[in-house]
Ligand binder design. Structure first.
Ligand code: OOG
Ligand code: NI
Length: 468
């Protein structure tokens, strides 16, 4: 008997991401409109700015530009989170980072499932921001118990999806036929259901406690709540959205516009009010509505080192402290001005960002290095080789999320009155116990990618040692 080869997890992820996007565009047509606006703006930018196009080609970013996407889901129990970990593993996605959102007024903590190696990220950067509802933060106790009872009864995975996860775990992969099946089956978990699993009364109680609780508890599964393409000009899209009948949130989250973008800037359109049906105890169908699903865009920049991140966090905090109140329609321009002013303290050219070790970089051997007399280069440092034109560098793209920004995205889609505060401490340990493994440290991943690129340069130049 011949053995069927396994499909590469990167390919399963790329296909799953496409299938998810198609499903979501059907479910939320406004997301399709946003995608078209983003594609048009990206094309315009590329034709107007040849230098930008060159930079994106150099790093391979141009190929993944149109497939760039992240999505988000919210689950209710440890078992759901742990099974999602197994589901995402089939597609080569592992939990990276821990995000505590309770301190920012959202009763969840989260991780991002994503690929980790630069080659895999290149094949498909698709990530899922996954939040676990923290039931322990819910008052009163009776409602907490009720929510937990409702969640205990639901099964969010199809039996066949579970079978295929086990198949992947025991044999190390899926064959072509199994992978096709897996994509169809796993998509079911993230589908929207316009029928709630609870009565209108129970929905209202959950909703009164926090809109997010109703969103997680009252439905059959963790519907995908947004998808996010990557834009080359987030400010242009923020301005253009209203002209396309799309209502954006009031401010762009993250750093201000810069010559050398850092981390992540993101904005979204406001969640839509959608019709749902509730079933009463006597079997009557009652029409109501629920607001949860939206579209988002992101613009990514350089991944920062711990030192760079610390500076970012301090400047962001300083801007928010100066504004004193949460951002709204009236103060959004003022906030952006304050933010730009504070960030004048963050160097805005790559050589300085590199010299001060604020960001991670990827190093490439130049054309010149291929015909170099390598003996004479032995012993030169990385800086010297860059100076002599044998090596060039590009910033490493940030592949993760930002807790303050994520809270801002949550908040703007939960309504303004949900500015609650939760006293609970961040609980990475509890999260990892529920997940069934430790989350991966993102800084370590950037460090490794940077190091691998230096090793490739050394190999090309036939250097035995290449120190920074
Ligand atoms: C997740 C919000 C966070 C992001 O891009 O920071 C997020 C959610 O609303 O479930 O997606
Ligand atoms: Ni998002």
């Amino acid at each position: 008997m011949t053995h069927q080869p396994f499909v590469n997890p990167d390919e399963i992820r790329a296909r799953f991401s496409n299938a998810m996007s198609e499903m979501y565009q059907t479910e939320v047509p406004l997301y399709g409109a946003l995608l078209r606006l983003v594609a048009d703006t990206n094309n315009q930018m590329l034709s107007q700015q040849p230098e930008l196009a060159r930079h994106l080609r150099q790093t391979g970013e141009i190929e993944r530009l149109s497939m760039e996407r992240h999505g988000a889901i919210r689950v209710g129990t440890a078992a759901e989170l742990a099974t999602l970990r197994r589901l995402f593993a089939v597609m080569g996605m592992v939990p990276v980072g821990y995000y505590d959102l309770a301190s920012a007024g959202v009763p969840v903590h989260s991780t991002a499932f994503r690929a980790v190696h630069e080659a895999s990220l290149q094949a498909s950067p698709f990530r899922i921001f996954t939040s676990l509802l923290r039931l322990e933060l819910i008052e009163p106790p009776e409602l907490r118990q009720q929510a937990s009872d409702i969640l205990a009864k639901r099964v969010i995975f199809t039996p066949r999806a579970i079978e295929l996860m086990v198949q992947h775990e025991t044999s190390g992969g899926l064959t072509r036929h199994q992978a096709d099946d897996f994509i169809i089956q796993s998509l079911e978990t993230f589908r929207w259901h316009n029928q709630a699993t609870v009565s209108a009364e129970v929905y209202q109680q959950l909703h009164d406690q926090h809109r997010l609780i109703a969103d997680v508890v009252a439905f059959k599964g963790p519907h995908i709540n947004h998808l996010t393409p990557r834009t080359l000009n987030i400010d242009a899209i923020q301005t253009a959205m209203p002209q396309h009948n799309i209502t954006p949130k009031v401010v762009i989250e993250g750093p201000p516009p810069r010559n050398c973008p850092i981390l992540l800037r993101q904005t979204s359109f406001k969640a839509l009010e959608e019709k749902v049906a509730f079933l009463s105890a006597d079997g009557q169908v009652i029409q109501g509505h629920h607001t949860a699903r939206f579209g988002e865009i992101e613009q990514r920049g350089a991944a920062l080192t711990a030192k760079g991140r610390d500076l970012y966090d301090r400047l962001l905090q300083a801007a928010q402290d100066q504004l004193q109140v949460p951002t709204n329609e009236k103060n959004s321009a003022q906030y952006m001005a304050i933010l730009s002013d504070k960030f004048n303290q963050f160097p805005d050219d790559y050589p300085t960002m590199r010299a001060e070790r604020l960001a991670f970089f990827r190093y490439f051997p130049t054309e010149k290095s291929r015909s170099a007399p390598t003996e004479s280069l032995q012993g030169l440092t990385l800086d010297e080789l860059i100076g002599a034109g044998f090596i060039q560098y590009e910033p490493l793209v940030y592949e993760d999320f930002l807790p303050v920004s994520a809270a801002g995205i949550f908040q703007s889609n939960l309504g303004d009155k949900e500015q609650a505060h939760f006293a609970g401490h961040a609980s990475k340990q509890d999260f990892q116990r529920d997940l069934g493994m430790a989350v991966i440290d993102e800084l370590q991943l950037y460090e490794e990618t940077q190091q691998r690129s230096i090793a490739t340069c050394a190999a090309t130049l036939k250097l035995t040692l290449l120190s920074r």
